[in-house]
Design a protein around this ligand. Structure first.
Ligand SMILES: [Zn+2]
Length: 322
């Protein structure tokens, strides 16, 4: 199979929860684009594996056989390495990678392996100058997703990339850059435009990621109206993305690292499964869906689609022999 562009639309802290609209904003929100993808089904606990006209759905285990509540650093680094990171270090850990997790990412980084095989990878998020300052000074650590790009030698997108339209704001629209960060020169997109832009950018490269963390914040904040508003905006982003990818060979994987927003009755994360919603050519969807039983399945599916051997060590040594 010829490699096709793959876009990982990562949503932090989105699990499959109860149908009670009093605690689960996914049950309360009006999400027409998502519901259409799932052909009338709602994204709730117990949703059966599904392969529809436009999308496939699988329920994905995020607990990885480890006690306690799943965390972002271990969950995201599992997605981006295929290693069971919480089992290796003996615990779920987060939100930011510690030296143990960093070392596992460094040795097994999906992004680095794709780059070394000649594929173009990009993280769509734009970061303000204050973020880079905080990283350089050690006041702040990368979360696992930007760290995986950094370790692969791919520079993170900046304010200039955002202004040119080559990157996306963490809130999709760019309003946060204007209102909170006081950047007056940032173009403001509608959610639909942001979704279209993401699909267009993802079509320019081989493997693209967008890291959307406000869903996890909304889960910790436990406020239903805000959570519903956020999910309804996300649905409009999805609408733009679907419109722009129609007729292309783009594959989009929407998934998460752990549950949170689907249960506003608790402040912390949950042990619920997370969704994998896969859009794109059915043959590609099938390969990804088969592997995504838990968070370890994503990276091997991507390596398989790009025809990169699963085990790294031996081949890499052989490649350097000449
Ligand atoms: Zn969290």
């Amino acid at each position: 199979m010829q490699p096709v562009p793959i876009f990982l639309m990562f949503l932090d802290g989105v699990g499959l929860g109860s149908p009670d609209p009093g605690i689960n904003p996914l049950a309360a929100a009006n999400l027409p684009h998502l519901t259409a993808l799932l052909e009338g089904r709602r994204l709730l606990l117990g949703l059966e594996p599904f392969d529809g006209a436009l999308a496939s759905f699988r329920s994905v285990d995020a607990t990885l056989g480890v006690e306690g509540l799943p965390e972002s650093a271990t969950g995201q680094s599992t997605l981006l390495t295929g290693m069971n990171v919480p089992r290796i270090i003996g615990t779920h850990f987060g939100p930011k990678p510690d030296p143990r997790i960093r070392a596992i990412l460094q040795d097994n980084d999906l992004i680095r392996r794709l780059v070394e095989a000649g594929f173009r990878c990009r993280l769509l998020n734009a970061y303000p100058a204050s973020y880079f300052d905080a990283i350089r000074s050690g006041r702040r650590l990368h979360s696992a997703i930007p760290l995986a790009f950094d370790l692969a030698g791919i520079p993170l997108a900046t304010e200039e990339d955002l202004i040119r339209g080559d990157a996306i704001s963490a809130d999709f629209t760019g309003r946060g850059w204007r209102n909170r960060l006081r950047y007056n020169n940032i173009p403001v997109l509608t959610p639909n435009q942001a979704g279209r832009r993401m699909a267009e950018l993802a079509l320019q490269d081989d493997f693209t990621v967008f890291d959307y963390w406000p869903t996890d914040y909304a889960g910790h904040f436990q406020e239903m109206r805000g959570a519903v508003r956020l999910l309804e905006m996300l649905d409009r982003v999805l609408g733009g993305m679907i419109a722009a990818m129609t007729g292309t060979d783009l594959t989009v994987v929407i998934t998460s690292d752990h549950g949170n927003i689907e249960d506003l009755s608790v402040r912390g994360h949950t042990r619920n499964p997370v969704p994998a919603i896969i859009l794109g050519p059915p043959a590609v969807r099938k390969i990804i869906a088969q592997r995504m039983r838990d968070l370890t399945g994503f990276a091997p599916a991507v390596l398989e689609l790009f025809q990169i051997p699963a085990a790294s060590g031996d081949q890499e040594e052989g490649a350097h022999a000449d």
